[in-house]
Every structure is written in structure tokens, then in C-alpha cells.
Design a protein around this ligand. Structure first.
Ligand SMILES: [Zn+2]
Length: 633
């Protein structure tokens, strides 16, 4: 499949579309990608080099091979080490070790010797984290990052990008997945020749792991994030889903759950600078979308936000913008690398021109989040889940000519794109979002000492935690789980329970060692998403509390019989209820087990703690002795 696409790319070579003749007359059309002369590999010729004057010995593996290959882990690290050795602006640091024992490299680029998080904070500069290869086969961001660092620190053609910025670059996040290297990692991807694999060596998708943090790699990432608290995050990917003219798509949380200060900064500050600059470079960018009907692009496209299991959603609940960059995997590898290079370059240009805009937005968003826990307000609501609405508006979609025909293989309609013939057509863009589920946040959550995984995960997320040094007895809000069921298949290594919840208020005693997570902290929203069970990425949703759904004591039939008789004797109302159920519920009537269970469940022997959530919601100020609990690193 890959070879076929490469051949198809080559048919585009030296091709000029009809519009290029018009472009001679109307200069504004020149930059349109479909109007270009095409290079050897099918990339539009004008996109060939955003890196001017790079000496031969500093060419990256991708550049040196005409964007045919991407470097392996060892080659990548060797190039990073050369950058660090040759430039006083770059340090190669390690932020962990992968499960297969590889060093997790991060490059710190700074023009004034600021290479630690402590000095970075006092420097007043913006900290930007660029991560590549979370899906290791989607490697264009890695190759773009190496070029960009070279142009910043070696040739210094882009040295000014560090004037107000400290850059952290993870060349490869999913290291072990990256070394599962093969031409067959990504069906349909148009180069490079070989590439890494989507998931980790333990078969986990890191881009679903941000909240549960099961992967060693994710724990290392969280530690890095907590230490540096970057102002801006880039996550470089490749996408497919259909064929169209757009070579680069982007997405960042601007939906109702995002901090309004951050959403505003993206919409009013960053995008108005970056998007026209991308147009001028000849890219055709578009907000990340997917086809409403994968076999018919005329039915429209849809966009939407991502919850905190994903990088963009997670960084968003930590009050920072995260920009998902998705180059289109059917475009030539050169086009994709250059696309990642340019969107990062233009974003960094803007940060250096107006650093205060992001600094103010993040500071205000942190303050607003920390205010959640300053006073309990029963009318305050925080979104837990964002839904998609049918709200839509017209769009001129830049697609390719296509036809649909009945496939004798699948027995269904198939779509065939002709990517030599651009075609614009009028359709609709669904991009409305609404709050599907929300909650009144408490002042704090309290975790019983024995739920060590939940405590330890709170620390891994960098949450400020306080440990009780004496018992605490009071009334707490919490939940009872109802209608609990389990799926038959695992998802990301876990069996996610389905349940409903009913709010309860009860008197509880939390033992010394139990941990309070106050919400008067900037990362309060992380705690809300972890501990409100109805949040799609809560620990309860990910199965961390499954044991509470299990019945652990049973009444033998011969004992339950005696119990039932005594109860019926003592309570005529119960007898009425029982007899009515026998009359109206056939399944019940025909199940001896259910009939006896009816009495056991109503007796004092029944486990009153089953299905009761152990985490408490604190809604009034507490007076109790605590000590700070250190973070996990
Ligand atoms: Zn991806």
C-alpha cells in the first residue's frame, strides 16, 4: 500500500494544475499548494527548505536522505549529543528510563545558560515543551524538531526564537515503540521508508494514558511536566481518515471546559499570527477534523475537543494550551516535516514577539483554577465531559475528486480518491460542543489511607497532598454506585466498569494516613477529573476501585431460609412486597437464589459498604492535624 502511494506521489512530479496559469495573473493564488511545481518526491517545490544554509555535516538523517528515512533511536541520540557538544545553548538531559532500558532524552535549549527548571522559573522566560513520537510511527515532528534545534543553535538562522523562550524537546517519547522499526508499521503512510510502532513495548497507547498513568514513560513525562510547568505544549502526530488537500491540521482545547483565558489566547493571539503565516508558506492548514461519513466527504466534517486521557485534554486541565499537530500521512514526508517545522517556528516567533500574552493568560488561568477550592459554592459547576452538538455551518471543503463504487470484496460501497485532481465542494462543518456532565466541586477530596494507588497517583500528577496525623470524623458527601456492569473486552489494559452514581451524605471516620487533596491549587481540575466518578477519565471509570463492586459475604441457602421466615413473620409489609414481586416479576419468581437474596439484602447482615465510594467530598473547612505529603519524585 505504501509503495502504491509513493508511486502515486511521483505521478504528481512537475505537474502544474490549471490554476497555476491563473496564478500568473492573480499573485494571491501563487501560494496555494495545488498550484505548485512538484519536487522529485511529490512535495510542492516551494516547501523544500525552511532551513537555509545548513552545512552538509549538520544535515539530519531525513534531509540527507531526501526525506526518505528517519533516524533510529541511537542515531537520533547521537545527533542530539552532537548538538549539545557543539552549542552552549543546548543541553541533553534524561528524564527517565523506558521499560526496555532506554534513556528518555530531552533537549533543553536556552540562549542564556538556563538549563534547570528552577533557574527557568526565575528567568521569566516562557517554557515550551515539544514532544514527538508519542505514536512512534508518526515521526515527522521528530525530524522537524532536530532541524529546528540545529537552525536555532548551530547555524543560528533562527537564534531569535530563544530570545524569550526556553525550549524543551522530547525527540522520541515512545522510545521502545520507536525501536519496533519496520516498513509495515503504518499501512498507507507515505514515508519514511521505515518507522516505529504506535504503542509502547507493553502495548499501551500513551495518548490515552495521561490520567491513569499506567506506563513508565507517562510517569516520567508527568515528573518532567511537574518540574518545569511549561507554558505551551506541542504534540506532533500524523493523521489519515481520508484524502484531501489539507497538509496540516491542528487542534487545541477551546471548548467550554478549557480555561477561558487560554482559549482566548489561542483564538485571539496565537492563531491570528500563525495561521496566516502558514498560508504564506504555502501550507493548507485546517482545524483537526474527521469525515462525518468516511465514504462520502460531501456529507461534511466534524471537529471536537479531547478529554484528559489525551495530551491536549490533559494539558488543558492543567491550564495550559496544548497544540495537537497532525500532518496528513498521505502527503510526501518532506511536506509533513516542513509543516511541523513551520507551525512550531511561527508559534515560537509569536511567543518571542508577545511573550506577555501567554504569560498573563497562564497566570490568570492558574489563579482562576486555584480559586475553585477557596470557597464552597453549591452553584458553581465544573464540566466533567464535553459532548458534540449538531450545530454546524457551511464550509468550502478542499478535497480531491473521488468516486464511489460497490466493492465485490467488502460488499459495501468503497471510495476511490484521485489526488491529482483537487476539488473544492460546499459542505458543512459540525463543530459545536456542549457540557454533557458537570459537577459542583468540593473544597477538597479525602482518600482513605488504604487506597494507596489513588494517593500515589495524585502525587504523580503533582497535586499538593496533606496527610492526616489524627483521625477525622465528620459528615462527608460521597456516592453510591448503581447498575454496575463490566465489558467483555479490555481497553488500554483495563476493564472499564459502567455504572451510575447516587449522591450520599454520611458520617465517616478517616484514619490517620488518609490524604486530603485541597482544591485551592492550580491543578485543582486534575483532582476533580480523577475523583469525580462520573468523569470519563476518573480513577473509578478506569477501574481503580473495582473491588468495591464485589460482594464478599454470602448467606448459605439453609441459613437464608431461616432468616427469610423470621423476617416475614416480623414484618407484614415486607411480606406484601415479597408476594407482589413474585406476582409481577417472572424472573424473580423462578429464581430460588433471587428470592432468598431478597431477604439477605434487606437484613443487617448485608454489606452496607458494597458499592459505596471510599473517597469523600469535603464541603466545609476542616479542623484537623495534617502534614504535607511529598511528591513521588
Ligand atoms: Zn497519533
Amino acid at each position: 500500500m505504501k509503495a502504491a502511494h509513493r508511486c502515486r506521489g511521483r505521478t504528481l512530479r512537475m505537474r502544474t494544475c490549471l490554476l497555476s496559469a491563473v496564478a500568473l495573473v492573480v499573485p494571491a493564488l501563487v501560494a496555494h499548494p495545488v498550484c505548485q511545481v512538484w519536487a522529485e518526491d511529490g512535495a510542492p517545490a516551494h516547501l523544500q527548505s525552511p532551513s537555509v544554509g545548513a552545512p552538509r555535516e549538520w544535515l539530519t538523517e531525513a534531509e540527507a536522505t531526501g526525506f526518505g528515512r528517519t533516524p533510529r533511536y541511537d542515531q537520533t541520540i547521537a545527533y542530539c549529543r552532537r548538538l549539545a557538544d557543539a552549542s552552549e545553548w543546548i543541553e541533553l538531559q534524561s528524564f527517565g528510563t523506558s521499560p526496555e532500558g532506554r534513556d528518555m532524552a530531552v533537549l533543553v535549549a536556552s540562549s542564556d545558560g538556563t538549563f534547570t527548571s528552577t533557574s527557568a522559573r526565575t528567568s521569566g522566560k516562557l517554557i515550551v515543551l515539544i514532544q514527538n513520537c508519542i505514536h512512534a510511527g508518526e515521526c515527522a515532528g521528530k525530524d522537524a524538531s532536530l532541524m529546528l534545534l540545529r537552525d536555532i543553535a548551530i547555524t543560528r538562522t533562527r537564534a531569535n526564537l530563544l530570545d524569550h523562550v526556553i525550549l524543551l524537546v522530547i525527540p522520541i517519547f515512545n522510545l521502545d515503540g520507536h525501536e519496533r522499526f519496520s516498513p509495515y508499521s503504518r499501512i498507507n503512510q507515505n514515508g519514511p521508508e521505515e518507522m516505529g510502532w504506535r504503542v509502547t513495548s507493553r502495548n499501551l497507547n500513551l495518548n490515552r494514558d495521561y490520567m491513569k498513568a499506567d506506563a513508565v514513560e507517562m510517569r516520567a513525562w508527568l515528573k518532567l511536566w511537574n518540574e518545569w510547568r511549561p507554558h505551551l505544549h506541542f504534540d506532533n502526530h500524523a493523521t489519515d481518515g481520508g484524502d484531501w488537500q489539507y497538509d496540516l491540521m491542528y487542534s487545541a482545547d477551546t471548548h467550554p471546559a478549557a480555561a477561558p483565558q487560554i482559549a482566548k489566547w489561542l483564538r485571539d493571539d496565537l492563531y491570528p499570527h500563525v495561521l496566516p503565516a502558514m498560508d504564506r508558506d504555502g501550507h493548507l492548514t485546517m482545524e483537526y477534523f474527521w469525515l462525518v461519513d468516511s465514504k462520502d466527504p460531501t456529507k461534511g466534517i466534524r471537529s471536537g475537543g479531547f478529554g484528559p486521557r489525551y495530551s491536549t485534554g490533559y494539558v488543558s486541565v492543567r491550564n495550559r494550551p496544548s497544540i495537537l499537530v497532525e500532518s496528513h500521512m498521505l502527503k510526501p514526508y518532506r511536506t509533513r516535516v516542513i509543516g511541523h517545522y513551520n507551525i512550531m517556528r511561527h508559534s515560537l516567533e509569536f511567543l518571542n514577539q508577545e511573550p506577555h500574552t501567554l504569560r498573563n493568560a497562564t497566570a490568570e488561568a492558574d489563579l482562576a483554577a486555584a480559586a475553585i477550592g477557596s470557597r464552597y459554592d453549591p452553584d458553581r459547576r465544573l464540566p466533567l465531559a464535553i459532548g458534540r452538538t449538531e450545530e454546524h455551518h457551511p464550509i468550502t471543503f478542499k478535497g480531491y475528486e473521488f468516486r464511489r463504487e460497490l466493492s465485490e470484496i467488502s460488499g459495501d460501497v468503497r471510495i476511490l480518491y484521485d489526488n491529482t485532481t483537487p476539488m473544492d465542494f460546499e459542505t458543512v462543518w459540525y463543530n459545536g460542543a456542549n457540557v454533557e456532565r458537570d459537577v459542583t466541586p468540593p473544597l477538597a477530596y479525602i482518600i482513605p489511607a488504604q487506597w494507596t494507588e489513588a494517593i500515589e497517583l495524585s502525587q504523580a500528577h503533582g497535586l499538593r497532598c496533606e496527610r492526616l496525623t489524627e483521625p477525622l470524623t465528620d459528615e462527608f458527601e460521597s456516592y453510591r454506585f448503581v447498575d454496575v456492569s463490566f465489558p467483555s473486552r479490555s481497553y488500554e489494559g483495563r476493564f472499564l466498569p459502567r455504572f451510575g452514581v447516587e449522591p450520599i451524605v454520611e458520617r465517616r471516620t478517616y484514619r490517620p494516613g488518609s490524604v486530603i487533596i485541597p482544591l485551592d491549587q492550580p491543578d485543582a481540575k486534575v483532582a476533580v477529573h480523577l475523583f469525580e466518578p462520573e468523569a470519563p477519565d476518573s480513577l473509578a471509570s478506569w477501574g481503580f476501585f473495582d473491588a468495591i463492586f464485589e460482594q464478599k459475604e454470602y448467606a448459605e441457602h439453609y441459613v437464608a431460609e431461616e432468616l427469610a421466615r423470621e423476617m416475614l413473620e416480623a414484618d407484614p409489609k415486607l411480606r406484601e412486597e415479597f408476594e407482589a414481586k413474585i406476582r409481577t416479576d417472572r424472573d424473580f419468581a423462578s429464581s430460588p437464589r433471587a428470592r432468598l437474596h431478597f431477604f439477605y439484602k434487606r437484613s443487617p447482615y448485608w454489606d452496607a459498604r458494597m458499592n459505596i465510594y471510599p473517597i469523600g467530598r469535603v464541603t466545609k473547612p476542616l479542623r484537623v492535624a495534617t502534614e504535607p505529603l511529598g511528591s513521588t519524585h
